[in-house]
Design a protein around this ligand. Structure first.
Ligand SMILES: CC(C)(COP(=O)(O)OP(=O)(O)OC[C@H]1O[C@@H](n2cnc3c(N)ncnc32)[C@H](O)[C@@H]1OP(=O)(O)O)[C@@H](O)C(=O)NCCC(=O)NCCS
Length: 172
């Protein structure tokens, strides 16, 4: 999603985060991202996507770009994740989404996706698209649970990993 650079390596840190399981003790707050979030979003982007992460400059351009909406999730005032969506005339595209490794599997990604889909509904688009790296079980499970269906595959879409992207679509 968000261009041919997504790398979703389900690495050890991410697995150990998922193993923490359960819902967060503190309530999750999801709010619109601002320019003050650029650094922490760029840091998590790097942690989540490694060599295929967006640069800080690209994160900054995205956050302030037209027709984009980015959200941050916090628990007890601590940054835990972010997600964005591009709103076109008839359709929308989910951009990056990532949750801090030690807070994954606690419902935060779902809350962020719900915020994006609420934006898509408000904008009145008929369809929402996304790309996700093949084999990214948590992300694919999240998208399927929200009604996304696979409609295609882009071979070797992610570089340098060479992983395929699955193209998914949600009809609103
Ligand atoms: C993908 C990601 C954003 C999901 O966020 P999360 O907070 O861990 O997900 P949630 O706890 O909200 O889980 C929501 C749903 O996703 C699915 N899911 C979560 N972890 C899963 C796993 N390991 N395997 C399969 N499905 C999973 C489930 O359907 C879950 O719903 P449930 O808890 O009601 O069963 C997060 O794991 C992440 O940041 N991963 C690394 C970056 C990444 O892959 N981003 C996606 C780019 S396309």
């Amino acid at each position: 999603m968000g261009g041919p650079r997504r790398a979703v390596e389900p690495g050890a840190a991410i697995r150990s985060g998922a193993e923490a399981g359960g819902r967060p003790r503190e309530p999750v707050s999801v709010t619109m991202a601002t320019a003050s979030d650029i650094d922490r979003i760029a840091e998590l982007e790097e942690l989540a996507f490694g060599p295929e992460a967006w640069s800080r400059d690209l994160v900054a351009a995205e956050l302030t770009g037209p027709d984009r909406r980015y959200f941050v999730a916090e628990t007890a005032g601590r940054f835990q994740g972010y997600a964005g969506i591009f709103l076109g005339l008839d359709s929308a595209e989910v951009m990056p989404i990532a949750v801090a490794p030690d807070r994954q599997g606690q419902g935060i990604g779902r809350r962020l996706m719900e915020a994006l889909l609420a934006e898509a509904r408000t904008a009145g688009v008929g369809q929402v698209f996304l790309e996700v790296a093949d084999g990214s079980a948590a992300a694919i499970g999240l998208y399927r649970s929200l009604g996304f269906e696979q409609i295609g595959r882009r071979r070797a879409y992610y570089q340098p990993s060479g992983r395929d992207a699955l193209v998914m679509r949600l009809t609103m």
